[in-house]
Design a binder for this molecule. Structure first.
Ligand code: NAD
Length: 486
């Protein structure tokens, strides 16, 4: 087709080289804004994973022996290369995922660079502990790298979440076998090129593409992979835990969410509305931290609702590559259908549709893409399925509450516990509510403000363990205590 961009051919990155899958099978890769195949990715299996593990094992002795500062410098070099390739990576991420290129350029790719820079420099500050007993003994704790570890990531923030696992694993001295989502493999493939350019030794990082049940499962089952760091759906996490648990692998599971926004009448209404629109619809609502249940204190309910709907009406849905687009495409046809089924469910549960609800067909090149209007419901019971199950799309509910206790009861009334947002000017209440809400990450009068040193992860069915800062470095190391009698 004249003028059409070239098909993207992806290969596995094993032992520092780009190689085809051993069985020669490939999967189609679809551009969700067009609804068309635009490339092929390896449909790797256990044989490819075994090769990656062998390469990682061979690279491990030299990588772990390398001084931490030198390892860190290599990671910082990767960060610099990500920054230097920002535009190319942002375009690739937008095309692969359907997210607005403006979002990929300002959030996804810069944060991927930050992940490498943070852990590349952070490893130099990772001190070991010692415990001194006067006249008796001194204990000191050495933290050894685990060996070969597996990193498996989802499609919603592809490069950002991929690097969030890989960077601390490498910094701590492990070698990695990593699998990005088969739905969004493009930037992981490009990362391989950047690691080559940065001079990362062969085999230290291996990137294998393919489906969860085939390539992912082979990583989880491989007896010589010592730990699995997984981000994805709760059901997949449960399955991985069932497989890896009896093998006594270390497991970090970052899973789904159904996050509440608690909006109290004394809040800065303008800021609460502005940020709630963002936390509802950023990345088409496909961020695990999106607030999908907005609980509003009754005295300001109508005022909040009107202002919220006005802003939602201003969100431009369309071509992700256009600079003015605020809402891109959903990631796949299957996911679009899932979200649409929840819109039907919300209506059958008695929800009043206040905005959206329909598929969007933009004019021009994106006419076949998977676009959906930002959708808002009210009038749903706090314990209905729409308010308990993760939709992971541009669909939110508004619900009025009368007391703090009621708001907390509803906020905590799901099986999930990832994040929550609290809007109030009352400091006492902000802290009181924050301490009682079942969520691993709580934001007060803000959303998505991140400090990479803080523990990140969920309570209840939202996960096990924490990522970020020292938590991640502890996860990717094995403590060994040594006691010396004085
Ligand atoms: P998913 O669980 O379908 O897939 C995630 C990854 O796991 C993919 O790479 C997939 O190929 C792989 N996988 C699937 N089956 C596997 C198996 N049997 N063994 C090994 N790997 C397997 O999730 P998704 O649809 O890609 O992502 C959306 C989900 O991720 C949502 O539930 C969202 O809330 C969650 N998520 C959570 C966080 C967090 O930090 N808690 C962040 C982003 C996304």
């Amino acid at each position: 087709m004249p003028g059409a961009p070239p098909m993207l051919q992806i290969q596995n990155y094993i032992n520092g080289e780009f190689v085809p899958p051993v069985a020669g099978r490939y999967l189609d890769n679809i551009d969700p804004a067009l609804g068309q195949v635009y490339g092929q990715i390896p449909d790797s299996d256990a044989t490819d994973i075994a090769r990656a593990v062998e390469a990682a094992e061979a690279a491990f002795p030299a990588w772990r022996a390398m001084p931490a500062e030198k390892r860190g410098r290599l990671l910082v070099r990767v960060a610099d290369l990500i920054e230097r390739n920002l535009e190319r990576l942002a375009q690739a991420e937008s095309r692969d995922n359907g997210k607005p290129v403006t979002l990929a350029r300002t959030v996804d790719i810069p944060r991927a660079a930050s992940n490498f820079a943070f852990f590349g420099t952070g490893i130099g500050h990772f001190a070991s502990e010692s415990h001194f007993q006067e006249g008796v003994a001194v204990n000191y704790t050495v933290r050894h790298p685990l060996g070969v570890v597996g990193c498996i990531s989802p499609w919603n923030l592809p490069l950002y979440l991929f690097t969030w696992k890989i960077a601390p694993a490498l910094a701590a001295g492990n070698c990695v076998v990593a699998k990005p989502s088969e739905i969004t493999p493009a930037t992981a493939y490009l990362l391989g090129e950047l690691c080559q350019e940065a001079g990362l030794p062969a085999g230290v990082l291996n990137i294998v593409h393919g489906t969860g049940p085939r390539a992912g499962q082979a990583i989880v089952e491989h007896p010589r992979i010592k730990a699995i760091s997984f981000t994805g759906g709760t059901k997949t996490g449960e399955h991985i835990a069932r497989t890896a648990g009896p093998m006594f692998k270390k497991l970090s599971l970052e899973l789904g969410g159904k996050n509440p926004n608690l909006v109290f009448a004394d809040c800065d209404l303008d800021a609460a509305v502005r940020t709630s629109v963002q936390s509802s619809f950023a990345n088409q609502g496909q961020i695990c931290l999106c607030g999908s249940r907005i609980l509003i204190e009754r005295p300001i309910y109508e005022q909040f609702k009107q202002a919220f709907l006005e802003r939602v009406a201003g969100l431009t849905v369309g071509d992700p590559l256009a600079e003015t687009t605020r809402q891109g495409a959903l990631v796949s046809e299957a996911h679009l259908e899932k979200v649409q089924s929840y819109i039907a469910l919300a209506q059958s549960e008695g929800g009043r549709l206040l905005a959206g609800g329909r598929r969007v067909q933009p004019e021009g090149r994106c006419a076949g893409g998977y676009f959906l209007e930002p959708t808002v419901f009210e009038g749903l019971a706090p314990d209905c399925r729409t308010n308990r199950e993760e939709i992971f799309g541009p669909v939110v509910t508004l619900t009025p509450f009368d007391t703090e206790a009621e708001a907390l009861q509803w906020a905590n009334g799901t099986d999930y516990g990832l994040s929550a947002t609290i809007w109030t000017r009352d400091l006492d209440r902000a802290h009181r509510v924050a301490h009682q809400v079942h969520a691993g990450v709580v934001w007060i009068n803000t959303w998505l403000l991140r400090d990479l040193r803080t523990p990140f992860g969920g309570m209840k069915n939202s996960g096990v363990g924490r990522e970020g800062g020292l938590e991640a470095l502890r996860f990717f190391t094995e403590p060994q205590n040594i006691c010396v009698k004085l």
